[in-house]
Design a protein around this ligand. Structure first.
Ligand SMILES: C[S@@+](CC[C@H](N)C(=O)[O-])C[C@H]1O[C@@H](n2cnc3c(N)ncnc32)[C@H](O)[C@@H]1O
Length: 472
């Protein structure tokens, strides 16, 4: 069979599962998905995808064993012991001390499979806090997409093989031994379990938890494709408190996180929140089905595109900064004016813009008093030239009024300012000339007066001469 035909048949199979059985497997990495399908088909002695599609149509219950093959549910207690030790020694104490007395420590064990990872966290916290404080202060959410795994996790009952590696002291302290169905079972102590809420949650589709201090999601992302990984990481960012910690599996990385996390320990795959989410990332948080998500994303992408284009098309230099004062957008005019390029994005607005603003505006002020402001005729000396700007600053707020960032528009009013200056100079020149004219006028008046009196004198002298002539 040609490769492209087989690819088409595989896509048709995935489509059927998604559209008709509500089971979206496109979120998983394609090569391992293909391997797992083929494994299941071999078990059923089915040779190609089209036959398997027919089989699925006739046996809808086949979804369950198929999913069991695809969702690798292997887990164990204290898996990667070193990393758990690091968490206990270097991370959890910080989380505990950052909390006010009585404040809850919230943990999310995402992709918890049959519970071993969740109970590992619970045991470690109970050991560190003591069982009473554990009961009072800890809340653990344990989620997985697989209902069977969750059922087992909720039961918390493990066989001899599954408890291998747990030290005896811990075993006797936190597990009750019970002989069931001809085998020895180890059942998690009910007190420990009391603080754990188990629930079905699909990381690829559902909205995240919130206000989480420790998010443990190990050996799950590795199965998801890169687009879904990026979405899940954005949701994890949202889920975590500002100082919250993300603990991934030993083979996992944050390649798709676009730097929204920073590394605490790369060896142990422990991370914390770094940058704020961008508007586009924020939109990924909401829950939605894949199809709805596509439609919403398309509309939102269009809306964002309109806003962005309108912003970028402004004839005036404009920048937008986030709530931490970091550059989010700069139109071409602003880029040219301030010598910005993409490497400045998400960095503090410093350099030229900072120099321009520093004397009269601070972002903190805007945070305290989020109102539009403008500054007129702000002088800026660059390359020996004087430029004048009117600067308009508009806060960008959420619907509830919290500050998201600000928009800054710079209008070059140098020509106007120079013209005003020239008019001012001309006005004073006119005033000076008027005064001079006044002076000349009064000098002229005096001269006229003098001439007039001379004329009068001449007239009377002439009259006198005439009179004398008449007498002679
Ligand atoms: C290999 S197990 C990891 C178990 C545990 N975290 C550990 O490391 O020991 C992977 C788990 O991820 C779950 N999983 C796979 N896709 C998921 C999704 N989209 N949402 C939530 N859980 C998922 C599977 O059901 C499975 O239980």
């Amino acid at each position: 069979m040609s490769q492209s035909k087989s690819k088409q048949e595989f896509e048709a199979l995935l489509n059927y599962l998604n559209e008709d059985l509500g089971c979206d497997l496109t979120v998983y990495k394609r090569p391992s998905l293909v391997r797992r399908f083929e494994h299941r088909m071999q078990e059923l002695e089915i040779g190609d995808y089209t036959d398997y599609l027919e089989y699925l149509k006739n046996h809808p219950q086949e979804c369950v064993p198929l999913l069991n093959t695809i969702l690798i549910k292997f887990s164990s207690f204290f898996r990667d012991r070193d990393s758990w030790d690091y968490l206990v020694n270097s991370i959890i104490p910080g989380i505990i001390t950052s909390k006010q007395p009585g404040e809850q420590i919230r943990v999310w064990s995402a992709g918890c499979a049959s519970g071993q990872e969740t109970y590992t966290i619970a045991i470690l916290l109970a050991e560190m806090l003591g069982i009473d404080q554990y009961l009072e202060r800890v809340q653990i959410f344990a989620t997985d997409v697989d209902k069977d795994a969750l059922l087992k996790a909720h039961r918390g009952s493990y066989n001899e093989l599954e408890i291998v590696g747990i030290d005896d002291k811990i075993l006797s302290k936190y597990f009750d031994k019970k002989f069931e169905n001809n085998e020895q079972r180890y059942i998690i102590n009910s007190k420990l379990r009391r603080k754990i809420i188990f629930g079905r949650h699909d990381l690829a589709l559902d909205a995240p938890m919130s206000k989480i201090d420790l998010l443990v999601c190990r050996n799950v992302l590795i199965y998801l494709n890169s687009e879904i990984q990026a979405t899940v990481l954005v949701r994890f960012h949202f889920a975590l408190n500002d100082n919250g910690v993300l603990f991934l599996g030993s083979a996992e990385s944050l390649l798709n996180s676009q730097n929204i996390f920073s590394t605490i320990s790369i060896k142990h795959r422990i991370f914390t929140k770094a940058y704020n989410l961008t508007l586009e990332q924020y939109l990924l948080i909401r829950p939605t089905t894949r199809r709805k998500k596509k439609a919403i994303m398309n509309t939102l992408t269009d809306e964002i595109q309109i806003c962005k284009t309108a912003f970028l098309a402004s004839p005036f230099p404009q920048i937008a900064v986030d709530s931490k004062g970091r550059l989010l957008l700069a139109n071409e005019q602003a880029q040219t004016l301030f010598g910005l390029n993409n490497s400045y994005l998400l960095k503090q607005v410093q350099l030229e813009i900072g120099r321009l603003l520093i004397n009269f505006w601070s972002f903190n002020e805007l945070k305290c008093n989020p109102r539009s402001t403008s500054f007129k005729n702000v002088e800026w000396v660059t390359d020996g030239n004087k430029i004048y700007f009117d600067i308009y600053i508009t806060p960008i707020l959420t619907q509830s009024g919290a500050i998201l960032g600000a928009n800054l528009t710079f209008i070059n009013v140098t020509t106007y300012t120079e013209l005003q200056h020239e008019i001012k100079c001309s006005n004073s020149e006119i005033a000076r000339l008027t005064q001079e004219l006044q002076l000349v006028k009064s000098v002229l008046n005096t001269t006229i007066n003098q001439l007039e009196s001379t004329q009068q004198e001449l007239d009377s002298a002439y009259q006198e001469i005439q009179f004398r002539n008449e007498l002679l």
